[in-house]
Design a binder for this molecule. Structure first.
Ligand SMILES: [Cu+2]
Length: 148
């Protein structure tokens, strides 16, 4: 058997190195545990929208207006549940549907309508108000849902 003798000062230096390494490892481990423990639970993805109105008068005195979904374009990840909250601000009622889905409803003034969306295919889906469909009917009140 081979015995290795080390000088006292090297022994202490080695002891200090081991202590510091252990301390660093323990601190790193603690930090990792804390991070995992304090990470928030998976947050729900909610998008907020309101109904708005543009109003103006032309040079010949004609009043024109258009109802809008605001924002007019939203981005939604596919295969992920998303809540779309629509608050009715302008306009009494907006009966709507989302093209290519079976989602429909009515947004009423002063009320929040919450839609549970879960798109599986990418594409651009139109949120269409049936009352304010085009320019002739104070629209077009169409929002674009971009699923990617
Ligand atoms: Cu409308």
């Amino acid at each position: 058997m081979k015995v290795v003798f080390i000088q006292k000062k090297w022994f202490w230096l080695l002891a200090i190195c081991i202590t510091l390494s252990a301390g660093a490892w323990y601190t790193a481990k603690l930090a990792a545990v804390e991070t995992a423990g304090s990470s928030p639970p998976v947050k729900e993805f909610k998008i907020n929208m309101v109904t708005g109105e543009f109003k103006s008068t032309t040079d010949d005195g004609k009043e024109i207006e258009a109802y809008r979904w605001d924002p007019g374009t939203i981005y939604v990840p596919k295969k992920q549940p998303v809540k779309l909250s629509i608050y009715g601000v302008n306009g009494k009622a907006h009966p709507f549907y989302i093209e290519g889905t079976n989602i429909k409803g009515t947004v009423k003034k002063g009320e929040e309508t919450v839609l549970e969306l879960h798109f599986t295919k990418e594409g651009i889906y139109r949120l269409i108000c049936k009352t304010h469909l085009d320019i002739e009917h104070n629209g077009p009140m169409i929002a674009y849902i971009v699923v990617d």
